[in-house]
Design a protein around this ligand. Structure first.
Ligand code: PEP
Ligand code: MN
Length: 366
């Protein structure tokens, strides 16, 4: 798939690409006052929900079409492009009718291929940029599927928005970032711009700076930051929204790094360090292969002696000693435990294969 780079978009873009504005449009004054304060900060796109997908039916569900009028006024008066969330054909047609510059598909819509297809069908032959949030749960294929549906309708100005994932684990975030998922998306679709919606990842405003910085350090293209003139009084997502001044502080404190450097000295040193890593990785693979051979020998031995594959005491001992040793060497015990879990899983798979093999004991597998 070939996407247009952000720099080719009709609206003004830049690095980082900043989308800000309230979670939801509540009143004409609220969106107007917010836009007036954030326009001078260099925000590229003004966001505001008009139709809000709420978990419970008694929550504020958005002002609807009336809000589109307010946004088209903001667009004209402040010369600030605007974006709204659309979740079906009717929303999409109305947003286009009011000249909304960019559409976005929310996490609760990306999960539904019927709705994404309905939006894609409505957009056939229309030249409007579309931003597609990740689905609520960590399913990269579903996210890519939604991108493909919009792409197949002929649109090329597409952005993926990473807004984190629902998890039943206890984390400090509202939605777990699982950075490996947008990183894998970048590997699979290298030209697709990816923006981080730090607000819906964090759920609390004091976490925004760290997540925003991490997004830029990982090379993503920009940020979505919910901004409200009086966030504590917001009708939705109050805790994660910042004031225009709060937004200004976050943007001022961001450290912008280059994706590469032409400095020959830097490049030579980097190359040297990478060569050392390549060599160590090769050794690591050789050692893992050697370890697997021992695991296979043990598998055969267990089979001959009719002993079960999984020995919980041995596994506990491995986890305890390896994480202790990791701590000693200043490595994260959690990460080392995870690596050993994978290695152990593979040993068990190999030993199960040996256990179930029909061949005569003792003379084949190793
Ligand atoms: C939003 O951006 O306000 C929103 C509803 O987000 P999400 O679809 O990520 O939940
Ligand atoms: Mn919100």
């Amino acid at each position: 798939m070939q996407f247009s780079p952000l720099s080719n978009w009709k609206i003004k873009t830049g690095f980082p690409f900043i989308i800000a504005g309230p979670c939801a449009a509540e009143t004409r004054e609220q969106v107007w006052n917010t836009a007036e304060k954030i326009k001078p900060l260099g925000v590229h796109l003004f966001r505001s929900g008009i139709w809000k997908p709420r978990t419970r039916p008694d929550s504020f569900a958005g002002v609807g079409e009336e809000g589109l009028k307010w946004l088209s006024e903001i667009k004209k008066y402040f010369n600030l492009p605007v974006t709204v969330e659309v979740a079906n054909r009717e929303h999409t047609e109305l947003a286009l009718k009011y000249g909304i510059d960019v559409l976005w598909i929310g996490a609760r819509t990306t999960v539904n291929p019927f709705l994404v297809q309905e939006i894609a069908d409505t957009l056939k032959g229309v030249d409007v940029p579309v931003m597609i949030k990740n689905p609520i749960h960590p399913d990269l294929d579903l996210w890519i599927g939604a991108i493909e549906r919009i792409y197949n309708a002929g649109l090329r100005d597409i952005i993926a928005i990473h807004r984190g994932f629902f998890t039943s684990e206890k984390t400090k975030y509202r939605n777990k970032p699982s950075w490996e998922i947008p990183i894998e998306l970048r590997r699979r679709l290298p030209e697709l711009p990816i923006i981080t919606d730090a607000s819906h990842i964090c759920g609390k405003r004091d976490l925004l700076q760290g997540v925003s910085q991490k997004a830029l350090d990982l090379g993503f293209d920009g940020l979505m930051l919910e901004t409200h003139i009086t966030p504590d009084k917001a009708w939705s997502d109050a805790e994660q929204q910042v004031t225009p001044d709060g937004l200004k502080k976050i943007l001022q404190q961001l450290i912008i790094r280059q994706t590469s450097s032409n400095d020959p000295l830097f490049r030579a040193s980097l190359e040297e360090l990478r060569t050392s890593i390549d060599k160590l990785d090769e050794e690591l693979i050789t050692i893992i292969a050697e370890r697997m051979q021992y695991a296979e020998k043990i598998g055969l031995f267990k089979k001959e002696n009719n002993i079960t594959i999984f020995q919980p005491e041995r596994w506990n001992e491995i986890v305890e000693t390896r994480t202790l040793s990791a701590k000693d060497k200043n490595l994260s015990p959690d990460i080392i435990a995870k690596i050993f879990e994978l290695i152990h899983k593979e040993s068990i798979r190999k030993q199960t294969e040996i256990m179930n093999s029909k061949e005569a004991d003792g003379d084949t597998v190793i």
